[in-house]
Write a protein that binds this ligand. Structure first.
Ligand code: GDP
Ligand code: MN
Length: 411
């Protein structure tokens, strides 16, 4: 599960990590008051208006704007609430923005030698070493992906001990390697230790601060403060975090994926045109692979689970074909506990009863079914016999045959 930046900031603050004050708004009218509220205490006219969406790259997309008056804040809010945001992390059609964070702006210190004092900091899982890892860079900010790609030596990695976590001496060493000096070494180090604790406590799969900055002050000892944060959580651990569950925002989820969840189906939308209906996650993965091998593009991952009942298949068909790009469907089911003839009958019934958008009933797009397992011959015979009222239905003899047939059918 992902959360919004404003929620991530609350988590940071609760862990003792400094963040600038902010206020969430959802309409243009609220922008001026929010601006006055967040700038009122400090007397610094700088504020920042930030789109709250579950995608990064907002800065470059024009959805993070520095403002210096209530009028500018209102203009920024108008732009963000009336345009969809497009970034490399959004779907091609972009994302609608429903909420904005108006936060006190931070004057970021200049870095001696050029640029500003922006750092990258994250804790995530390193599967190769089977440990959590702190990732840090002196080159934080909006170009971090490019830097990681072009200058991997600019990225520091420090593994966390499975029991002890990030130890203070490790954090101090990283802070020094990042170029922090004086009091800021201890500030940055304690912030890293706190972030690592939070990561474990909240069952995160990612806890990221980008950028972490040094504030500009007339003297040289600025504060170390987080101005953007991102968290991902392990869904399988959410049951023990009521506070995180409350942060779930359905508006940020793919509606088809939400609907699938309700029916116990694991569904992930992709960009291709061949819908896949499979039982078992491993078989679903290999089905997608084999479609690609034969030149096709899967439109989704869908695991109907072990039973592949008529109800599950009916719901799965509706979800798959709710995606207008889908031009054909490959069903790939292994009948282990359930018999293939029972499954075949379920598929046939679901296809016959399928409700099209124009109100008509019966499956119209090419439907290729590959069954394997108990009573498979009886199952295939049922599929062949059903062709009379389901002319687009084809039975496949094996997984390759199924992939070839569906790729041919969608062209
Ligand atoms: P992202 O592009 O989605 O990661 O959004 P960020 O919140 O990280 O903002 C992008 C960039 O905008 C940062 O790297 C900063 O350079 C700049 N920025 C954001 N907030 C502030 C602020 O309060 N003060 C200043 N000076 N720059 C900011
Ligand atoms: Mn950022």
């Amino acid at each position: 599960m992902k959360i919004h930046e404003y929620q991530a900031r609350d988590l940071l603050a609760s862990a003792g990590i400094p963040v600038p004050p902010g206020q969430v708004i959802s309409s243009i009218d609220e922008a001026a008051a929010a601006y006055k509220h967040v700038t009122g205490a400090s007397g610094n006219p700088l504020a920042v208006v930030k789109a709250q969406v579950h995608a990064g790259g907002r800065g470059k997309a024009g959805f993070v704007k520095l403002v210096r008056s209530a009028e500018e804040a209102t203009e920024a809010a108008r732009f963000m609430l009336s345009n969809r945001m497009h970034s490399p992390q959004t779907p091609p059609e972009g994302l609608e923005v429903g909420k904005l964070l108006v936060a006190a702006g931070v004057d970021i210190a200049d870095r001696p030698g050029g640029g500003s004092e922006e750092f990258y900091l994250a804790i995530t899982m390193d599967r190769a070493s089977r440990r959590n890892v702190l990732i840090a860079s002196r080159e934080g900010g909006v170009e971090i992906e490019k830097i990681a790609h072009e200058r991997p030596e600019a990225i520091i990695r420090e593994h966390l001990h499975p029991v002890a976590g990030l130890e203070p001496h490790q954090a101090r060493s990283v802070a020094q390697r990042l170029g922090f000096t004086g009091k800021q070494i201890l500030q940055a180090a304690s912030l890293m230790v706190n972030l690592a604790k939070l990561y474990v406590e909240k069952d995160c799969t990612l806890a990221e601060i980008n950028p972490l900055v040094i504030t500009a002050t007339p003297s040289s000892d600025g504060q170390v403060i987080a101005i953007d944060a991102k968290f991902n959580f392990d869904d399988n651990a959410l049951f023990r975090h009521k506070d995180l569950q409350a942060m779930f925002d359905p508006a940020e989820e793919n509606p088809a994926e939400l609907r699938a969840q309700k029916f116990g189906l694991s569904y992930i939308a992709l960009d291709g045109n061949i819908g896949c209906l499979v039982n078992g996650a491993g078989l679903a993965m290999s089905t997608m692979d084999i479609i690609k091998l034969h030149g096709g593009e899967p439109a989704n991952f869908l695991d109907v689970g072990g039973s592949a009942s008529e109800e599950a298949v009916t719901e799965a068909f509706q979800i798959i074909l709710g995606d207008e790009r889908v031009k054909g469907v490959l069903v790939n089911i292994f009948g282990g506990i359930m018999r293939c003839d029972v499954i075949a009958q379920g598929i046939i019934n679901a296809a016959r009863g399928f409700k099209n958008k124009d109100g008509s009933t019966g499956f119209k797009v090419p439907l290729v079914v590959r069954l394997e397992g108990t009573n498979v011959e009886a199952g295939r015979n049922l599929l062949k016999a059903a062709a009379a009222d389901l002319p687009t239905l084809q039975a496949a003899t094996d997984i390759s045959d199924g992939a070839k047939k569906v790729c041919a059918a969608v062209g």
